[in-house]
Design a protein around this ligand. Sequence first.
Ligand code: NOJ
Length: 599
Amino acid sequence: MHWTKNTAVVGAALLLGAASLTAIAQTAAAQTESKTSAAASSELDWWKNAVLYEIYPRSFQDSNGDGIGDLNGVTQRLDYLKELGVDAIWLSPIYPSPQVDFGYDISDYENIDPQYGTLADFDHLVAEANKRHIRILMDMVMNHTSDKHKWFLESRSSRTNPYRDWYMWHDGKGETATDKGEVPNNWQSDFGHSAWEWDEKTRQYYYHKFYIQQPDLNWNNPKVHEAFKQIIGFWLKRGVGGFRFDAITTLFEDPNLIDDDILRDKNGNTYLNNYGDIALNDTRTNNLPGVHPVMQEMRAYADKFDSNKFPGTRVLIGETYLPNIAELEKQYGPSDHPEFQLPMDTQIGFINKLDVATFRSRLTDAEEHLDDHTPLLVFDNHDNARLDVRYGDGVHNTDIERVISTILFTSRGASLFYYGDEIGMKTTPPTRKEDVKDPVGLTGWPKDKGRDGERTPMQWDAAPNAGFSSASAKPWLPIPPDYTTVNVKAEEAAPDSLFAWYQALIRLKKTNPALAAGPETLLDNENPKVLSWVRQASGNLSVVVSVNFTAEPQSVSLSVPGPGATLKTLLKTPGAPDPVSLQAIQLGPYGVYIGELRP
Ligand code: NOJ
C-alpha cells in the first residue's frame, strides 16, 4: 500500500528529474508517517519492521535446465515471495566468480556470472520485484576478492605494481634470497590451516582469512575504499535496496602481526579444531576497530547516493557474529556517523539450544542495550546447519520450527530467514567425501562435512527434481529425499502447514500495530520452560506471546502492566483451548499462543 503511493512518487520524480526525488520521497514519507504511529509505515523506515528473505541463487530455481539456479528462476518465483509476505530479498553473490566459495570469491564486482544470467536479467528481476514491492539486496564482499580478480592478478605480478598495496603482502620470518622462511605468524584461515600463502613469483606471503583463492584486501589503502564506493554506486544506480556486508568484522588485522592466542581447555591443554589445527582465539584478525570508519564512509555514501530507481532508504546489513551485545551496539555507529541500520544479532538466533533463560536474557539485551536501534533477528543461513539440526529434537521438529519462527517474527525489529525454512527443509549433508562440493567439507571431512547440507535445492513440488530444475537436469546438489511431502505446493494446500504458519505470522507482524513497532518486555521471568513477552503499542493495545520450550504441556499465568483488558486470540498452535484470561494460558508440547489485549 505504501509502496503504491511511492510508485506514484517515483513516476513524478522521473518527470521532475532525479534531484527532486529525495525531497519528494521524504515529503511523502513524512506525510505517511504523520498519519500513523507505526514507525515502520514510511518508505524511509521500511526496513525497521522488514521481512527479509535470503536466497542462495544456485539453489532456488533453475530456469534453463542446467541444474543450477539462476536470476530468471528467482524472477519466476517472485509471486510466491509476495504471497509469503517478503519485503526484500538478499541474494548471496551472483557476480562473476571461479566459484571456489560459490560466489564469495568475486572476480568482477560489476557484472553477473553467466551461470546466473546477465545484467539484463538482473535489471528485469529488479523491475519485476519492485512491481511487487520487493527490494533486491546485494551481497557486498569487501574483505577479499577472488585470486582471479584483475586487482590481484596485477598485485601479484610484481612488487612494484601499482596494485601491490591493495592486498596484504608480507615477508616470511627469516626470509633470505633463497629461503622463503616461515609464515609471518600463526594466524589461521577460518577454513583451516595457515592464513598465509607463499607466492613464488614475488617471493612474499599474502594473507587470506578464508580460502587461499580469496586474498584479503588492504583496507589501509584509500584506493580500496574508493573502488568499493564505485561498486556500491554501480548497484545503487541499478535500483538495489541495499547490501549485506559479508565477513565485515574481518576487514582489519593487527598491524604488528602479533600471534593470535592459543585456546586452552579447562585443564590448560591446547586442542585441535575441526581442521586438525591448534585452536586459536582470532582476536588479532577479527573485530578490530578500523571497520567502524569504513562503514561510516560506506553508509554516508549510500545515504547520499542519488538514484532515481529506488525510492526509500537503502539498508546496510552486517554479517556480524559478535561475542556480546556491547560489541553489536557499536556496529550501529554513533548517531552523527551511523554505520549499519541492521547488523545481524546472531547472539539470539545462534544460541542453538532451546534454553529459556538464555533466550530471555539475550532478547532483553536487544531491547535494553541497543538504544533506539532496530534489532535484526536471524536464525539460519547458508553457512550453518538448518533449524532441524540446531534446534530440533527429531520428534517435534515442525513444532519447534513454529516456536523459532514465532520468536523471529513477533519480536521487535526486522526478521531475516533463509529459503526453505518456511516449509521446514532439513539439513541433508553429503554421505560420501567424493560428493562434497564445499571445500570446507573436504578439509574438515568427516568431522565437518561442509555447508552443502544447508544449500540443497528448494523443494517446490513433488515433480522430479522437486520443481527446482527440469526433470532431465542433474541438480548441482542432490534433492533431499523428503521432497515428495515437504514442498511448497503441498504446504500451500494444507491450512495447518508450517508455510501457513509463517504466512500468518508475517501478516500479523505487518498489520498489528503492537507487533509492528511496540517495545518488547519479557514476562514471567522465573519460568524455566515457557518464554513469554508483551509488545505494547500506544493506545493500550498489547500483544502477548508465549512459547513452550518443552515437549510437555504447560500452563502459564501472566500479568501485564496497565489497565485490565480483554484477551483475543490472534494465532495459536492447535491442541490447547482459547484462554479465558492471561492467567490461564494452556500450551501443548512446543505450543505457541499469541493474543491481543484491548482495554
Ligand atoms: C561469509 C559467507 O556467508 C560465507 O559463505 C563465505 O564463505 C565467507 N563469508 C567468506 O566470504
